[in-house]
Design a protein around this ligand. Structure first.
Ligand SMILES: NC(=O)c1ccc[n+]([C@@H]2O[C@H](COP(=O)([O-])OP(=O)(O)OC[C@H]3O[C@@H](n4cnc5c(N)ncnc54)[C@H](OP(=O)(O)O)[C@@H]3O)[C@@H](O)[C@H]2O)c1
Length: 352
């Protein structure tokens, strides 16, 4: 166990199109905190990354991406173990998921369902605990509710997913397959990712948007149109996919990483006009709106995982010191699956 609390604190905000790097943070070592009345201290085991973390460093983003003040520990979700407690419902030893921040130890208190601080005690932890940030965590539940609730996925649908080899996308493609899609096509940025999508995750086909002619490939792969498009990237990919919608298609807007945090995000999608002739629907969502139903998604995801239907796709860096690089990898596209950073080994299984 570390004898100090190592932290990444925000030193400055990036320029609009500046990549994430260690230059934005200060590495600080401080004492291990002790809990006050009603509080408990959590030791981080794995920390998650997400494109939204870039928004926490971007003044003026508003909405749910509230800024992390300069000098504060960088915000981020993680799974950890309670090591000391002055709260009767959160005893030492239990496994906890919440906003731990980029640090070894955090002081926590139950915060109800304020969405960015959504927390939980893990009732029946399964190993490795990183699963709590991957298929059983935000990536899994985002894919689940986005596809099933927002996208109204039904058997026989012809499904397209972008950033298909990323954290959310890799679960979306698999759930679509499990739910009986007729076709599941993934869009990704390298041939190696495309091979992985078809050979390992069982998708019907994959398109490398950096090399292939996406428009031509979608015409070949969806001669009768796309019923459900789960979009993680926006921009040109969204605009091209809109040309290939089937009647009554559903377009799920999960994210728009291709145009976010760019000095020139480019024009908006012009092909939204297809929504009219195709009687189609395009809808965005925020996963934390489903917080009270997370247990339902987790039960389904656990079940599929236990049956061997759902692969856990984790891309894990070792060490807290790598958090800035882990986050940066989402924007350079070098991650495959859910990008995480392991800060400490899983503790031996106990009663928690
Ligand atoms: N709505 C919600 O509640 C919610 C919740 C969680 C996440 N999200 C969103 O879901 C999306 C996926 O999140 P994630 O955490 O799973 O990240 P991720 O997909 O693991 O990582 C991002 C991926 O996006 C692709 N990408 C990066 N820059 C791109 C560009 N300029 N053009 C096209 N593709 C690009 C890269 O893959 P390639 O190799 O394919 O380029 C990269 O691996 C993000 O947009 C995120 O903001 C939304």
């Amino acid at each position: 166990m570390s004898s100090a609390n190592r932290q990444w604190r925000v030193a400055r905000y990036p320029q609009i199109d500046e990549p994430i790097s260690t230059a934005l943070f200060d590495w600080v070592e401080t004492g291990i905190p002790t809990p006050g009345d009603g509080e408990f201290v959590v030791r981080s085991i794995c920390l998650g990354t997400g494109p939204a973390q870039r928004g926490y460093l971007s003044p003026g983003r508003g909405e749910f991406l509230s800024l992390v003040p300069l000098g504060q520990v960088m915000r981020g979700r993680g799974v950890g173990q309670i090591v000391s407690s002055r709260h009767p419902d959160y005893p030492a030893g239990r496994i906890f998921v919440g906003s731990l921040g980029w640090q070894d130890y955090s002081v926590q208190q139950p915060r109800g369902k304020q969405f960015v601080f959504s927390t939980k005690l893990v009732a029946e932890p399964i190993r490795p605990l990183s699963l709590e940030l991957g298929i059983l965590g935000q990536a899994g539940v985002t894919a689940y509710f986005g596809l099933i609730e927002v996208g109204r996925m039904k058997p026989g649908d012809r499904v397209l997913v972008s950033a298909a080899a990323g954290g959310v996308g890799s679960v979306v493609g698999q759930i679509a397959r499990i739910q009986g899609a007729e076709t599941v096509v993934g869009v990704a940025g390298t041939d190696e990712k495309c091979r992985w999508l078809t050979r390992t995750l069982g998708l019907s086909a994959a398109v490398n948007y950096r090399r292939d002619d996406l428009d031509a490939r979608l015409a070949e792969l969806f001669p009768n149109g796309i019923d459900l498009f789960f979009d993680n990237v926006g921009g040109a990919t969204l605009d091209t996919a809109l040309l290939h919608l089937a009647e009554r298609a559903r377009v799920v807007i999960c994210g728009f990483i291709s145009s976010d945090y760019r000095r020139d995000p480019g024009p908006g999608p012009i092909n939204y006009r297809k929504l009219v002739s195709r009687r189609a629907r395009m809808e965005g969502f925020v996963v934390f709106d489903y917080w009270e139903r997370f247990a339902e998604a987790e039960a389904a995801l656990r079940d599929w995982y236990a049956q061997g239907l759902l692969h856990s796709c984790e891309d894990i860096d070792e060490g807290l010191e790598n958090m800035p690089a882990s986050l940066a990898s989402l924007f350079s596209g070098t991650n495959r699956g859910v990008k995480l950073c392991r800060v400490a080994p899983d503790p031996a299984p106990g009663p928690g």
